[in-house]
Design a protein around this ligand. Structure first.
Ligand code: HEM
Length: 501
């Protein structure tokens, strides 16, 4: 039941289920949701680290779970696998491919990637934006501290919904750095999210849920816009409308201010985008790019930290080692700062382990081949959709010993070498590598490490009193914890250290 050879001269397609004429394996896909679990089950069934599934009349979807093959794709043949698919979700979110991550290979992608690399996430820009990040890191600690104080007895600690805290941290942080305001509504007295912030973050997560989400009409492109069989289009449009409701009027207002002389100095990333010259970006382009930046930040840091704290609750030694490291590097007299982060090797190893075992998304963004090629001895036709599996690589038994165990030590080399969150050999994928890799590796790393470090330094985390341990069960439909993590936080530093502004 292997896929047929495309022609007598070329090598065979990678193994996979036999497609039906015209529809390919679309019925199996619909019967076996969630699709990512179906794909990984097929890889197990065919005992292959590279699988080919045909969806619709002509789309070859190639899933990969081995480091060697991933390197062949992202390193050796980076120039061939450089595009992205034309999907309904990506098209709508990017307003017709005006942003970076979703743009197919071409001039628009090159232009936007240059803007992002040079003008948004370069080292000087990150330095420039540091006061905003420092402010958010303080507000994070203040918010959790306020929650602990709400209980009658401070030593008893406060119940904290870690998912809300971590997701809102990412949302506040990006709004602050991009739009110059962390809140889009009034927020809450205690520093928590108001209705508007909650709705904004939920809509960003909903956009992520539908982006590249195996929508049926994507494999039958002439149906696009004519039918919405699985409801993806309606839901994607609704999420985009909610995000734009909050962002677009602020962007329009700012553009007006620059045009009428009401603003003279750049203070955030929106100013940078508006003032970008040669070529100037259109208002639509700026809006689409900002949606993408928001979406790109909300998921990975928050999901990793939620899982790590869950793992720590069930394995207190992991929490203790992280705390010991913070006490050793920073002490008790001040809060951890960005300058300390390079020295926090154990904390970084925890994050790397979460990226390996609990990635937010099962695959990195799909890559598309722009010409016929051969990978691992198999024929990969032009236009194939390549799904490099973070889930499959991270849990590959040929690569990792006891892969389902959360063990940060596997990332420490014992010689005190600095831990970095990426992995050059692609034994796991954090930020990717090559021309399509994440342009915000520094920022993404900093946000994630700071989020975890502040939460662990400021508070001791315990299982709620009515429980013996937390249920670390993965959702069926995605890779997040099945239930949002709720834990007790107890302040562990002298109270004068907690920000009170
Ligand atoms: C811990 C945080 C983050 C992780 C783990 C992460 C991971 C990734 C990964 C795996 C990719 C796909 C690479 C590929 O297709 O080969 C990617 C792409 C991208 N990321 Fe990130 N990312 C993070 C944070 C951010 C942030 C904060 C931003 C911007 C605000 C960002 C912007 C982008 C963009 C624009 C792309 C697309 C690049 C392109 O298509 O050329 N990411 N990221």
């Amino acid at each position: 039941i292997l896929n047929k050879k495309p022609s007598s001269k070329s090598p065979p397609l990678p193994p996979g289920p036999t497609p039906l004429p015209f529809i390919g394996c679309i019925i199996q896909m619909l019967l076996n949701k969630p699709t990512f679990r179906w794909i990984h089950n097929l890889m197990d069934q065919f005992d292959t680290p590279i699988l080919c599934i045909r969806l619709g009349p002509s789309t070859h979807v190639i899933a990969v779970s081995s480091p060697n093959i991933a390197c062949e794709i992202l390193k050796k043949q980076d120039d061939i696998f450089i595009s992205r698919p034309d999907f309904m979700s990506a098209y709508l979110i990017s307003d017709g491919y005006l942003n970076t991550a979703m743009s197919p290979f071409g001039e628009q992608w090159k232009k936007m990637k240059r803007v992002i690399n040079r003008e948004m996430f370069s080292s000087p820009m990150l330095k420039w934006l540091q006061p905003k990040r420092d402010e958010e890191a303080d507000l994070l600690v203040r918010y959790i501290f306020n929650q602990t104080k709400k209980q009658d007895d401070v030593t008893e600690g406060g119940l904290i919904n870690i998912r809300t805290v971590t997701q809102q941290f990412c949302g506040n942080m990006m709004r602050n750095m991009i739009l110059g305001r962390r809140l889009i509504g009034r927020g809450m007295e205690d520093g928590g999210p108001g209705e508007e912030e909650t709705e904004h973050v939920e809509a960003l997560l909903s956009i992520l849920e539908y982006l590249y989400a195996f929508c049926v009409t994507d494999y039958f492109p002439w149906l696009r816009g004519k039918t919405d069989l699985d409801g993806h289009e309606k839901n994607t449009r609704a999420a985009i409308a909610t995000v734009r409701k909050y962002q677009d009027s602020l962007i329009d207002e700012r553009i007006r201010m620059w045009n009428n002389g009401g603003r003279m100095e750049k203070c955030d990333l929106l100013d940078v985008l508006i003032q970008h010259d040669n070529p100037k970006l259109s208002p639509e382009g700026i809006k689409a790019q900002i949606i993408e930046l928001m979406v790109a930040t909300i998921d990975n840091p928050s999901n990793a930290v939620e899982w790590i704290i869950g793992e720590m609750l069930n394995e207190p030694m992991i929490q203790k080692r992280a705390v010991d490291e913070l006490d050793h590097v920073v002490g008790h007299d001040r809060l951890v700062e960005e300058q300390d982060l390079p020295q926090l090797n154990y904390i970084k190893a925890c994050i790397k382990e979460a990226f390996r075992l609990h990635p937010f998304a099962p695959f990195i963004l799909p890559h598309v081949s722009i010409m016929d090629t051969t990978v691992a001895g198999y024929f990969i036709p032009k236009g194939s959709h390549i799904l490099l599996s973070r889930y499959g690589l991270g849990r590959n038994t040929n690569v990792w010993e006891d892969p389902l165990r959360f063990n940060p030590d596997r990332h420490l080399d014992g010689e005190g070498k600095q831990v970095v969150l990426s992995n050059d050999e692609l034994r796991m994928i954090s930020f990717g590598t090559g021309k399509r890799s994440c342009p915000a590796m520094m920022l993404g790393s900093t946000l994630t490490i700071m989020l975890l470090a502040r939460m662990i330094q400021g508070f001791t985390w315990e299982v709620p009193r009515n429980k013996r341990c937390v249920d670390l069960v993965e959702n069926h439909d995605d890779l997040s914890l099945a239930q949002p993590l709720v834990a007790v936080a107890k302040p562990r530093l002298p109270s004068c250290i907690y920000p009170t502004f």
